[in-house]
Design a protein around this ligand. Structure first.
Ligand SMILES: Cc1cc2nc3c(=O)[nH]c(=O)nc-3n(C[C@H](O)[C@H](O)[C@H](O)COP(=O)(O)OP(=O)(O)OC[C@H]3O[C@@H](n4cnc5c(N)ncnc54)[C@H](O)[C@@H]3O)c2cc1C
Length: 418
């Protein structure tokens, strides 16, 4: 082992966003992943880049919604009954994270991290890659009712506290901006500072290509266990080899607990499974992503077609996908654009790596020298992955981080707080 070798476990957006700056700082970096780069959640997400969202997933009033989650298997948020006993402690922390005072603090920490998202993507991809993959054209939320809903009012309050500009749109403006949109869609909220990628999977694979071209190493192996070495450093025991390094970064997405539990590191990480339906050759091409809030899904114009994504299913890492959840996205897309046609849809399911408080887990594990975390990005990994990677790599390199790392530390889970 060279004295400074670093192993990064995971070749998704989180792992590659740490690995690339470390390599650029001249360190010997090996990424290990059982899947090809961007083979996990980073492949098929909705591609929203949302520095100006800053609204946690858990919000006041969640408890009232629990019975509904258990009753409708095709609802926007479902907990599979057989998995409920395992998910209950996480769900309870999630509900507690929705208390107003806590949600406001979380919102400020989301904003501090996410505000640097476009800048961090540009640093990783370079100016040419950035303009190839990223559109800074805004996002629009749309609603059936012309009056503001209580949930939308709450979101507005969160954004106002962060000084984020938005613009309310009426039915006529929406029809002008999005020809063919359904007549019942009556209200819109434009968030001009947000954007999207036209292909999240290909964009994250580009990070891997850059990393390799700049002297990094990627191994196609499954890490079975991380073992601390006597005298310092770590051994990653994989299905075919033992790799030693002074520093290890766990960026294994929703699967990260398998590495951490045996070390006694307790991170409340749950998979919020989500689905997409990609419609190639669609005859509708909105000029920005549309978040249809009244039906809880998103459509994003992508280079391979129109992608509808969303839904949360709490059912663990191993249960087979419920393809009906993806198929219904086509019907939902047609409630937004009744004349929508296209080719044969592609269905996908992925695992959001979610903490109860919507914040990732970043930085060193205090009790374990040389072990660092970059995981738990939940619904926001495409937005938060690159700024998180910058923060974690700065901490490893001993550089002054741009923001205070404390709100993202694993320490926050000690003592039972959400
Ligand atoms: C339907 C859906 C829509 C989404 N939409 C958005 C969006 O619009 N905007 C946004 O910002 N975010 C979105 N997200 C969230 C985003 O996709 C994730 O937060 C992000 O991709 C997580 O990246 P990651 O690198 O942590 O995990 P992953 O991309 O899942 O990568 C983790 C990697 O670790 C590897 N790994 C794990 N354990 C091991 C092991 N033991 N050995 C070897 N390799 C291992 C896995 O093989 C995997 O490749 C969405 C997610 C879903 C599911």
């Amino acid at each position: 082992m060279s004295a400074g070798r670093i192993i990064v476990l995971g070749a998704g957006v989180a792992g590659l966003s740490v690995a690339l700056p470390l390599r650029r700082a001249g360190r010997e970096v090996t990424v290990i992943d059982a899947l090809p780069p961007a083979g996990g959640s980073s492949f098929g997400n909705a591609g929203l880049l949302s520095p100006d969202t800053s609204v946690p997933v858990a919000l006041p009033g969640m408890l009232r919604k629990v019975p509904g989650w258990l009753s409708d298997p095709l609802g926007p948020l479902v907990v599979r009954r057989s998995y409920l006993p395992r998910a209950t402690p996480w769900l309870w922390r999630w509900i507690k994270a929705g208390r107003m005072d806590r949600a406001l603090a979380i919102s400020a920490s989301m904003r501090a991290l996410h505000v640097g998202s476009f800048e961090a993507w540009r640093a990783l991809l370079g100016a040419g890659g950035f303009s190839e993959f990223i559109r800074q054209s805004g996002q629009v939320q749309v609603f059936d009712r012309a009056e503001e809903t209580p949930a939308a009012a709450l979101e507005r309050e969160f954004r106002a506290r962060q000084g984020i500009p938005t613009e309310v749109l009426g039915a006529d403006e929406l029809r002008q901006m999005f020809p063919g949109i359904a007549r019942h869609v009556s209200r819109g909220v434009l968030i001009p500072g947000n954007g999207n990628t036209v292909n999240p999977g290909r964009m994250v694979r580009r990070l891997a290509d850059l990393f390799l071209a700049e002297g990094g190493e990627i191994l196609a192996e499954r890490v079975l266990k991380l073992i601390p070495r006597e005298g310092g450093g770590w051994m990653a025991m994989t299905n075919v080899a033992n790799h030693v390094a002074a520093t290890v970064v766990v960026a294994g997405g929703a699967w990260s607990r398998a590495m951490l539990d045996p070390l006694g590191i307790r991170v409340p990480l749950e998979t919020e499974r989500g689905y997409h339906l990609l419609l190639p050759g669609a005859n509708v091409a909105p000029r920005m992503p549309i978040l249809y809030k009244s039906r809880s899904f998103t459509i994003t114009p992508m280079e391979e077609g129109l992608r509808a994504a969303g839904t949360v299913e709490i059912a663990g890492l191993d249960a087979a996908p419920d393809e009906r959840r993806a198929e219904q996205l086509l019907r939902l897309m047609r409630t937004l654009f009744p004349g929508l046609e296209g080719g044969t849809p592609r269905l996908w399911m992925g695992h959001r790596p979610s903490t109860p408080d919507s914040l990732p887990v970043l930085g060193p594990v205090p009790s374990r020298p040389g072990l660092h975390l970059c995981l738990g990005h939940g619904h926001f990994g495409m937005t938060g992955g690159p700024p998180s990677g910058k923060l974690v790599s700065d901490l490893i390199l001993g550089a002054a981080p741009r923001i205070d790392a404390a709100p993202y530390s694993v320490n926050r889970f000690q003592g039972g707080s959400p």
